[in-house]
Design a protein around this ligand. Structure first.
Ligand code: NIG
Ligand code: FE
Length: 407
C-alpha cells in the first residue's frame, strides 16, 4: 500500500538515520523542507523531498494543502489506564490542600486504586480506550503507559493486561511499565518494607512470567519510596532484564536520579526539584531527563529546569504524565506550549523534546519521533500555519487537520 502526501508547505522534524536523541545545542534546530512531498509504503516513511522531484505514480494521494507535516508526538510518561476520576480531590486542591496532604489523608493514588479494584478488566479497557482515542486525535503516535493503581498482585496484573490489549488493538506504539511501587497498597499500611518484599518476591516474577512489562518504575520521593527500597526493586527487576524508568524529585530532591542512573534507567522523570548534582549525574549517562510540565501546571509546583539542562549540554524530553491526580491531560501540544511558555524553551527545543527525545525516553527512537526514511509513518498534518512556533504559540487554535498513525 502506497500513499503520497503532496503540497506539504513545510515538512519539519527531519533527522538522518541513526540519530536516537538530540542534546544541548543540537536541540536548537529543526530541519525542514519547504514545498515537499512524503511517500508512505506499508506504514513506513519510504521517501520525501521537494515537490519538483515527486514522481507521480499509482498510489493513494493526500493533499496537505500547504500545511505543515511533522512527526506525531511521543508521550514517554503516562498513567492513562485508570478507573473513574478524582474530581472530588480537585475541589480539595482548589481549597488549598497540597498533593502530599491529599495523599497523606488516604486519598490520591489509593483513591484510584480503590476505584480500579471495583472495575472489571473489560470496563477498565473501555474507559482507557476513550483516553487513548483522545490523545491519538490530538497527535500522539507513541505512548508509554504505567500500572500503579493496582497495588495488589491481582490488580497490577489487571492493569498490565489492559495495557497489553491497548498494544494489540491500536496502531499506537505502546510501551508498558510496571509501577507496583507507586504507593504502599492498603493491605500493607505501615509495613512499607514488607510491601517492597511483596513486589520483589511475588509481583515481579508474575509480571515477568507473562512478559507484561517493558520497564519498571518506582515513585522515589518524599513520603513514598526510599532510595534503598528503589535500589532493591531495580536490582530484582534487572534479573528479569527489565530496565527502569524512575519517578524522581517531584516533591523533593530524593536521590531518585542517582539510583536511576546507577541502574542505567532509560529515563528519570519529573525533576521539578533539581540541584546541579543531578545535572552532573545525568551527563553522558544515556538516561533521558524527562520533565512533565502538565504536572507542574496542575499542581502549581516548580517547573523543571529544562533550560539549564540544555545549556549544560544535556538532552531533555517532555511528556504529559496523563493521570487523574496530578495531570489530567494528555495533550502533547499543550505540553509543548508549556515547555515554551513556562520553561522558556524555544519552539524548536520544545518540539525536539516532545518528539525524538521523548521517543528515546521510552526506548523507541529507532522507530518513531522524526521524519526519517524507514521509521513508522506517524504524522500530523496541520492547516496552513505561518511557522513551527505557531503550534505552541497559538496553542488552543485547532490547527491539526489530520493525524496518521501506522500500525
Ligand atoms: O506522576 N507522582 C506520582 N504519580 C503520578 C501521580 C499519580 C496520581 O496522583 O494519581 C505523577 O504525578
Ligand atoms: Fe507519573
Amino acid at each position: 500500500m502506497k500513499t503520497i502526501i503532496y503540497n506539504i508547505g513545510t515538512l519539519a522534524g527531519i533527522l538522518p538515520e541513526g540519530v536516537r536523541m538530540l542534546k544541548g545545542e543540537e536541540m536548537n534546530h529543526v530541519e525542514c523542507i519547504q514545498d515537499a512531498y512524503l511517500v508512505i509504503e506499508d506504514g513506513i516513511i519510504a521517501e520525501f523531498g521537494s515537490m519538483e522531484a515527486l514522481g507521480w505514480s499509482g498510489a493513494e494521494y493526500i493533499d496537505a494543502k500547504d500545511g505543515f507535516v511533522i512527526p506525531a508526538f511521543c508521550d514517554a510518561h503516562t498513567h492513562i489506564v485508570y478507573a473513574g476520576c478524582r474530581d472530588g480531590e480537585f475541589r480539595d486542591k482548589i481549597a488549598g490542600l497540597s498533593y502530599e496532604e491529599i495523599a497523606a489523608r488516604g486519598g490520591g493514588i489509593l483513591n484510584s486504586a480503590d476505584l480500579l479494584h471495583e472495575t472489571s478488566e473489560d470496563d477498565l479497557y473501555r474507559q482507557s480506550m476513550e483516553r487513548v482515542n483522545e490523545v491519538m486525535a490530538m497527535g500522539t503516535g507513541a505512548v508509554e503507559i504505567k500500572s500503579g493503581y493496582g497495588l495488589t498482585l491481582e490488580d497490577e496484573l489487571k492493569m498490565l493486561r489492559v495495557i497489553r490489549r491497548i498494544k494489540e488493538t491500536t496502531p499506537l506504539t505502546v510501551k508498558s511499565t510496571f509501577l507496583g511501587a507507586h504507593a504502599v497498597g492498603r493491605a500493607y499500611k505501615g509495613r512499607q518494607d514488607d510491601y517492597v518484599d511483596h513486589i520483589c518476591k511475588d509481583m515481579l516474577p508474575a509480571v515477568a512470567a507473562e512478559d507484561l512489562a517493558d520497564f519498571v518504575d518506582v515513585f522515589t520521593d518524599k513520603g513514598f519510596f526510599t532510595v534503598e527500597q528503589t535500589d532493591k526493586i531495580l536490582s530484582e527487576a534487572a534479573k528479569y532484564g527489565i530496565k527502569p524508568k524512575i519517578h524522581a524529585n517531584e516533591l523533593a530532591v530524593s536521590g531518585g536520579v542517582q539510583v536511576g542512573v546507577k541502574h542505567k534507567a532509560q529515563s528519570v522523570d519529573h525533576l521539578e526539584a533539581t540541584t546541579d548534582a543531578e545535572i552532573e549525574c545525568l551527563r553522558d549517562s544515556g538516561t533521558m531527563p524527562t520533565m512533565l510540565p502538565g504536572c507542574s501546571f496542575f499542581l502549581g509546583i516548580e517547573f523543571g529546569r529544562a533550560k539549564d539542562y540544555i545549556d549544560a549540554g544535556l538532552p531533555v524530553a517532555l511528556s504529559s504524565d496523563y493521570n487523574p491526580g496530578s495531570s489530567p491531560s494528555g495533550n502533547m501540544r499543550f505540553v509543548m506550549a508549556l515547555g515554551c511558555i513556562r520553561m522558556r524553551l524555544t519552539p524548536e527545543q520544545s518540539f525536539n523534546a516532545c518528539t525524538i527525545n521523548s521517543a528515546y525516553a521510552m526506548g523507541v527512537s529507532d522507530l518513531v519521533g522524526s521524519i526519517t526514511k524507514g521509521k513508522k509513518a506517524n504524522l500530523i498534518i496541520t492547516r496552513p500555519i505561518p511557522s513551527l512556533a505557531f503550534i505552541p504559540y497559538s496553542h488552543q487554535t485547532p490547527v491539526i487537520e489530520r493525524v496518521i498513525i501506522s500500525k
